[in-house]
Design a protein around this ligand. Structure first.
Ligand SMILES: Cc1cc2nc3c(=O)[nH]c(=O)nc-3n(C[C@H](O)[C@H](O)[C@H](O)COP(=O)(O)O)c2cc1C
Length: 223
């Protein structure tokens, strides 16, 4: 299994989120996965301009790091999103990537991939953020297998507790196992299938404006 992780913190590999992500990836690597971490500091994937070119042509018009990153993810089996809690949400660096995935979401182009989310906070509220990140993964077509979270105000001086370490490594292991078994939990399948119905209807409604996406769904569903 080949896993790409997006680490959306300006602290990069020295930050808290990187520390928690590393544990998740250790769990995945112990199961034989190959991993790569891409750091999003805000200068490689810029904010979406809302030009709608992705819907028309299947590619973003901005010439930055987004399209090469999208290709990398398309070639991978797994996608792990990692962000600090920035004012009760993902960092702007990760949100910029999510927004740039507007065409990916319309086509659910990451279908068949497996994912997970990682969040650290200064004082709490990680859970709704990982829920949001995993919801985003479902809307791209991917199957989230869970989340790793750490509130740094409860982390001892020496680093993460054994409990946090174990649960983060277990998440990495679960990611590889789910991919190997091609397992899709019933609840994820239901949400993914509902969302794909919505996207197909939306794209059909806008077929004149969004020819790439209309053609994409037509070919994929044979309809
Ligand atoms: C701009 C900014 C906003 C933050 N907002 C919150 C917040 O709303 N709640 C919280 O618990 N921690 C908040 N924090 C703290 C970070 O989430 C926390 O320090 C995190 O572990 C940093 O991860 P990193 O070292 O990977 O960047 C914020 C930090 C910054 C810089």
């Amino acid at each position: 299994m080949n896993i790409i992780s997006l680490l959306a913190s300006p602290h990069g590999l020295k930050g808290n989120t990187a520390g928690l992500l590393r544990l998740v990836l250790q769990g995945a690597e112990a199961e034989g996965a190959r991993t790569e971490v891409v750091i999003l500091r805000g200068d490689t994937v810029l904010p979406c301009r809302g030009c709608n070119v992705c819907h028309k042509k299947g590619r973003c018009a901005q010439k930055d790091g987004f399209e090469p990153l999208k290709e990398k993810i398309l070639a991978a089996d797994g996608l792990v999103l990692a962000s600090p809690n920035y004012i009760f949400n993902v960092s702007a660096q990760l949100k910029a990537f999510m927004d740039r995935c507007c065409g990916v979401v319309h086509c659910m182009s990451f279908w068949g991939k497996y994912g997970a989310s990682v969040v650290t906070s200064g004082g709490g509220d990680e859970e709704p953020i990982t829920e949001y990140m995993n919801h985003f993964l479902i809307t791209t077509g991917a199957v989230p297998v869970g989340a790793a979270r750490a509130n740094m105000s409860t982390v001892p001086e020496g680093g993460f507790t054994d409990e946090v370490k174990e649960s983060a490594r277990a998440l990495g292991k679960r990611l590889v196992e789910a991919w190997r078994e091609a397992a899709v939990p019933a609840q994820v399948e239901r949400r993914r299938s509902e969302f794909s119905g919505r996207m197909r209807a939306l794209v059909a409604y806008r077929k004149e404006e969004w020819p790439y996406e209309y053609q994409y769904w037509k070919e994929r569903t044979g309809a």
